[in-house]
Design a binder for this molecule. Sequence first.
Ligand SMILES: *[C@@H]1O[C@H](CO)[C@@H](O)[C@H](O)[C@H]1NC(C)=O
Ligand SMILES: *[C@@H]1O[C@H](CO)[C@@H](O)[C@H](O)[C@H]1NC(C)=O
Ligand SMILES: *[C@@H]1O[C@H](CO)[C@@H](O)[C@H](O)[C@H]1NC(C)=O
Ligand SMILES: *[C@@H]1O[C@H](CO)[C@@H](O)[C@H](O)[C@H]1NC(C)=O
Ligand SMILES: *[C@@H]1O[C@H](CO)[C@@H](O)[C@H](O)[C@H]1NC(C)=O
Length: 485
Amino acid sequence: MATLKTQTNLLLFLLTVSSAASIGVNYGTIADNLPPPPQVAAFLAQRTYIDRVKLFSADPSLLRAFAGTSIAVTVTASNSDIPSLARSPSAASAWVSSNLLPFIPATNITRVAVGNEVLATGDKLLISLLVPAMRSLSAAIAAAGLSVQVSTPHSLGILAASDPPSSGRFRRGYDRVIFRPMLDYHRRTKTPFLVNPYPYFGFTPKTLNYALFRPNSGVFDAVTGFNYTNMFDAQLDAVYSAMNRLGYGDVDIVVAETGWPSVGDPDQTAVNVENALSYNGNVIRHVSSGKGTPLMPNRTFETYLFALFNEDLKPSTSERNFGLFRPDFSPVYDVGLLRDNSSVSFVYCANGGKKWCVARGDAAADVLQSNIDYACGHGADCADIQAGGACYQPDTLLAHASYAMNAYYQASGRNDFDCDFAGTGIITTTDPSPNLSAFLQCFMDHGKVPPQPTITTSHRKPHLWIRQSNNHIRSVRLKRDVVTP
Ligand SMILES: *[C@@H]1O[C@H](CO)[C@@H](O)[C@H](O)[C@H]1NC(C)=O
Ligand SMILES: *[C@@H]1O[C@H](CO)[C@@H](O)[C@H](O)[C@H]1NC(C)=O
Ligand SMILES: *[C@@H]1O[C@H](CO)[C@@H](O)[C@H](O)[C@H]1NC(C)=O
Ligand SMILES: *[C@@H]1O[C@H](CO)[C@@H](O)[C@H](O)[C@H]1NC(C)=O
Ligand SMILES: *[C@@H]1O[C@H](CO)[C@@H](O)[C@H](O)[C@H]1NC(C)=O
């Protein structure tokens, strides 16, 4: 008995640990102090268990930043794109040509969100064009030969009733006209229905523990006989009930946003780090546990926490403090998404960190060349070491490798591991070798910190993006004038 129990606990533990390796975040950018997108992408890919991001736009600098990572990206077509997407197939294909084709496959774009909480705008025309826009964009994506899902996120304002969960139904007027064709589209295309449940917006002082997944007396649904012990499950089941009422209980649900702020105004006593940690930590465990909800047993829910960063330009204190991380990448609280504790030292150094990455003088020529290939293919701006470029002299493999490795190191956020290059990189604050001094002067004068990777569109080949965990590449060569020692 005891042994069996231990094994079960061990199994549960393993399940918890392995499944924790899949959570998404919303990468909002209403701030003036966030690190450059390539650093954000490198941080997420290398230092966290976060493997999906949802963007609130199709900003090309954000899309480019995730190139070469396996992070799954959801891009958003703005609400104002909806009328043209709905009315014109050529506008839909133009949207695909400018917002998807240049970035795929280097960036793993898996889904487009058409608009954001469109029904909450109350704009009747926009709402009536939403499903046609989704269908039209989906057709344009298929015609372009891409495999990218199309969906749209909803606030829980789409529900007319949600308590008890079994009473969940969509708002009258929208149920048959909007949600039936939308859910039919989702079923046909095997795409999920996206919802933004926020117990944070639904709790009262009496239901705080229920909202935070803490011990509480539960809420009983007399129709189903289920006793709900957390508000998140109750909100998801209310959505499920509304979908099921129209005959679409089989369509998958994705949690496109959920979260809890860590700082509020003095009167917001339920807003603090402990509660944010309790809510987000429990959500992460719960959605990936495989437990599901009372009405959706055993389901897991792809989930995007809101939000990646604290965003300083949002209007209220609590809105500015939904972030899991501060702009310097330090965690606001430890919700278990960092791969190890050292990540706290992943500090974003703005201009003038006065650290450079250079190649070891004793590194083998083929390794130096593959460092150049890797760095120049992953965000380093290597224009100045092309023949005739400002840092072409001294024309040696060592100098060019140092330039490229440094440019990569600077672009990736000056993390020690970004200068590893399988042990052939050295971080320096001063001139490491007299042979390199002219060259170091060149980086200081010309070595740019590129705002984003420069290898971006047409000539990008997927095989260039193979990255191994030791920060090194399988020998893939870029087409460039080969530098000789
Ligand atoms: C893209 O993301 C999906 C979802 O996480 C993942 O299954 C897939 O392997 C990723 N693709 C690449 C090329 O990394
Ligand atoms: C619901 O569950 C809670 C927590 O397990 C328990 O305290 C409560 O008595 C239950 N209520 C009903 C009606 O079953
Ligand atoms: C959920 O999983 C449990 C345990 O594995 C199993 O007994 C049950 O039948 C499953 N329920 C559904 C609806 O699949
Ligand atoms: C991480 O940090 C916590 C708290 O500082 C510490 O208790 C724990 O041992 C650390 N874990 C590792 C793997 O270093
Ligand atoms: C520096 O240059 C000299 C001659 O140019 C060479 O002999 C020496 O090996 C170089 N040192 C390093 C560390 O590359």
